[in-house]
Ligand binder design. Structure first.
Ligand SMILES: Cc1cc2nc3c(=O)[nH]c(=O)nc-3n(C[C@H](O)[C@H](O)[C@H](O)COP(=O)(O)OP(=O)(O)OC[C@H]3O[C@@H](n4cnc5c(N)ncnc54)[C@H](O)[C@@H]3O)c2cc1C
Length: 414
């Protein structure tokens, strides 16, 4: 079979797949209806999360579920009208998060996560964008001794089991690291390994430019136009139809719309998130990204300003934007840092593509010889783009993959 492929979706995941396939000699067309990296890969918190060996579980404590059910929190909100459609995937998510099942999930997830720094650095080095990957880690701030101790134990276990780097800071050490924090905290957990990307869009774009420099083709088109064409595939683009022997669906939160047409309907769901950037007053600076555990949102120093990113919003994909979490978070953020004016008039919104078992889908679409999928990377798609790109390219090339792909196979949702 000829080594030609259409990759649908130019987020961090699709761009990375296209690049890895191109590097292996495939003739690759990368198709998106927008520019590269303008979906969820644009507006995230920019962390390459080497510490995220445990994916986000569904809350199991009743008090926690009741708090979120009240729909007044900053970290998680929902549209009541979306709940009937979300009931099945969320119930499965809850079931899969039970401790006895969750541990196996975390082990499979960690196998991907532990590779993320190296896989990014190889690509960014060649793309000339390594300076976007700042080796400064990120912090969780605590004002409660018991929670700080719980975080220390969690970090110790992540270090022991998966080699994750960390250090614990007391209140004084934290104040020395972040002299412009307006509040005092008892201490912090500093995950020291992660890269903090100063401009996630620029990072994805740099990988896309490398793909083009190596002879890959970028095209504008709607993935919904994908059709069978003889033994292969065809998609309509602004430059005319493109045909190839194989196709990859890497459409992030929109992937399910297309896979359903080809007989595969996994129970995917989205967690929306929003951001705004702010200036800082005077000469104030923020040296590390952080989450204040009392607050439930992230503050990250980026090129464009201090980026405030929110937690999860559960809504129907076509529902209007409702940035209530940003409205709730802003006054709290202003008590934490000397923020100046907002940089934009309108907030950004994007959707984390989620699966109920917290693992991405990477592999062949069931019942289709030449159609592949790579989506469902949830909270860590920026982190896992290059890892996924390499893994899928190795699978498509018929090589022994560098990570056992079995836990991520699409068939688990049949
Ligand atoms: C607030 C927030 C904070 C986050 N923080 C982090 C973080 O710190 N670290 C981390 O690793 N991850 C983070 N994430 C998650 C991360 O952003 C996503 O997992 C990741 O961007 C998913 O990448 P993707 O390539 O699968 O999807 P996307 O980046 O969404 O790409 C999908 C692409 O498909 C295209 N597309 C969709 N439909 C069609 C169609 N019909 N035709 C053509 N093209 C189409 C879109 O235009 C888009 O370019 C965060 C997410 C949010 C929302």
């Amino acid at each position: 079979m000829s080594k030609s492929v259409i990759v649908l979706g130019a987020g961090m995941v699709g761009v990375s797949i296209a690049l890895h396939l191109r590097q292996r000699g495939w003739d690759v067309a990368l198709v998106d209806r927008r520019g590269p990296g303008e979906g969820a890969s644009f507006g995230n918190a920019g962390l390459i999360q080497r510490e995220a060996v445990h994916p986000h579980p569904f809350p199991r404590r009743l008090a926690e579920i009741a708090r979120i059910a009240g729909n007044r929190s900053v970290d998680a909100v929902y549209h009541a009208g979306a709940l009937p459609g979300l009931a099945y995937p969320l119930l499965r998510y809850w079931w899969q998060s039970a401790p006895e099942r969750y541990e196996a999930v975390a082990r499979a997830y960690a196998r991907l996560i532990v590779t993320c720094l190296d896989e990014h650095m190889v690509v960014a080095g060649e793309a000339g964008s390594a300076e976007l990957l700042r080796p400064i880690g990120w912090m969780r701030l605590f004002n409660d001794d018991a929670k700080l101790e719980e975080a220390r134990k969690e970090a110790e276990a992540a270090h022991r089991d998966y080699g994750v780097g960390y250090r614990m800071l007391d209140g004084k050490e934290l104040a020395a690291e972040e002299p412009h924090l307006l509040i005092q905290r008892k201490g912090a957990l500093h995950w020291t390994d992660p890269y903090s990307v100063s401009d996630p869009h620029a990072l994805t774009l740099s990988y896309a430019r490398l793909f083009e420099a190596k002879g890959g083709r970028l095209a504008t088109g709607d993935a919904a136009s994908l059709r069978r064409a003889g033994q292969g595939w065809r998609v309509e683009t602004a430059d005319g139809p493109v045909e190839a022997a194989q196709a990859v669906i890497a459409l992030g939160a929109a992937a399910g719309d297309l896979t359903r047409r080809f007989g595969y309907a996994p129970p995917l769901f989205g967690k929306r998130g929003y951001h705004y950037h702010f200036g800082m007053q005077g000469n104030a600076v923020l040296n590390h990204p952080f989450i204040d555990e009392e607050s439930g949102f992230c503050l990250v120093p980026m090129r464009a300003g201090i980026r405030l990113t929110t937690g999860a919003e559960f809504a129907r994909p076509d529902a209007p934007e409702t940035p209530v979490q940003l409205e709730r978070a802003e006054p709290i953020a202003r008590r934490l840092l000397p923020l100046a004016e907002k940089v934009e008039d309108k907030p950004w919104m994007g959707t984390r593509p989620c699966t109920p078992d917290m693992l991405p889908i990477i592999g062949r679409i069931p019942g289709q010889d030449t159609l592949w999928g790579a989506f469902g990377h949830a909270h860590q798609g920026l982190t896992l783009g290059p890892t996924t790109g390499r893994l899928l390219a190795e699978m498509m090339d018929g090589e022994k993959p560098f990570i056992d792909p079995a836990p991520y196979r699409a068939e688990r949702f049949r």
